[in-house]
Design a protein around this ligand. Sequence first.
Ligand code: ZN
Length: 520
Amino acid sequence: MTSEPSIKIFDTTLRDGEQSPGASMNISEKMEVAQALVDLGVDIIEAGFPIASPGDFEAVRTIADNIRGAVICGLARSANDDIDRAWDALKGAEQSRIHVFLATSAIHREFKLKMDKDEIIRRAVDSVRRAAGYCPDIEFSPEDASRTEIEFLCRVVEAAIDAGATTVNIPDTVGYGTPAHIGGVIRTLRERVPNIHRAVISIHCHNDLGLAVANSLAAVEQGAGQIECTINGIGERAGNCALEEVVMALRTRHDHYRARTGIVTERLVPTSRLVANITGIQVQRNKAIVGRNAFAHEAGIHQDGMLKERRTYEIMRPEDVGLAKTDLVLGKHSGRAALADRAKALGYHLSGEQLQTVFEQFKILADKKKEVYDADIAALIEQEIRDVPETWTIAGYRLVAESGRTPTVTLSLKRGEEEATEEVTVGDGPFDALFHAVERVTGVEVVCRDFNVHSVTVGKDAQAEVTVEVEHGGQIFRGRGVSTDSVEASVRAFLNAVNRVAASLERAGTPLAPKVAGNV
Ligand SMILES: [Zn+2]
């Protein structure tokens, strides 16, 4: 047998992905994603940046303590406090990795760090040694590597490996690289760094020029053994290398790359949907692999060809990425076991109590709607696992909207046993009026940044899913509401966001200030 390289998949959805505006997740949401990543078969989960905030620390620690089946990684700058804090969060993991980074490009050395080349090397070596004193699995990233002089990059990488780095990651932090450029950097490292065989070379690409996947593949061609990526390619600005795309490229063009990953590709679509639902960042329709149209063959001549022989137009089978042929699953006579089964297939891990609540909701929905699809079930579950303390709940509302007139909303909300009602006649339309009413009753003022209504499935009786993004105290909060009635879904979504603001205000000791970003 020829030895075929196996490429490690390092998922950073919970760290780099979470840095996309509005994508922040709470601990229980992060736990759901982490468990789904294990089911997907990723090798390493970068769970967060422990020193960034108390919330980040808690999330990394909870994941390290509870998730089994993948290496759990935490990010740290090249500073003692960062590394100590990362280890504190990671030490409960089955296998831990500390990921240390330090900028190496001229522009960062000069303007950000104000350090010369020798100081950079000393700092990198000290940090890697300190981290290696805690655990044997150490990753080092020269931030902005793609814009670093290649001779200096070779020196830094050699020194980091000598100090104990077992993985050296080459980040294209600003998304500046092209395939030939990135491939050349990896090739040069392999040719010129004498101890390079002692470490795995990793690639970390941003998508500013739409080249993150292509650049990652170019790195693999030159011997990179790890790809850093995120589900749906989420991340700051244009995002990161999309896990599903790079994995399916390696698999579909195995004839060329001759490399394998441990990804269970049938879990790609369910994981993509989970992350989209949790972060509120929806996937564009024409997105490769996981977009709604990725396997839709609309054109007549294509359909004809498809019916005769699928391979005429299809390079991958939809079932290989976990796209079910039909997702019509349950109806009002379906029992709890059937629901539990579907929930599991969709990638959720529900407790008995959660299952019971979802089942009750499912029964109500199945009465309103004949056919309950996977997406409906996912929507119900998402609502249940969100784990936002419900400071306020809906007691009732009345909405009067007429063309040419300002709408009137009467809204009653409950806080514990107390009920408060307000009537407002304001706004540009019914939704605006509803939002004003929620603000009036709760006393929480927010700025609405985004408001989206879309149908979860198809048909007139489809459930509406409303997502809102609001700003309060310089922070973004998301809210989501699902109902067969779009007005009710909107009230729920807005209240969900306001409840998140309230929970954040009540959490003593957690500052609302923007947290530190890890720019790898
Ligand atoms: Zn990054």
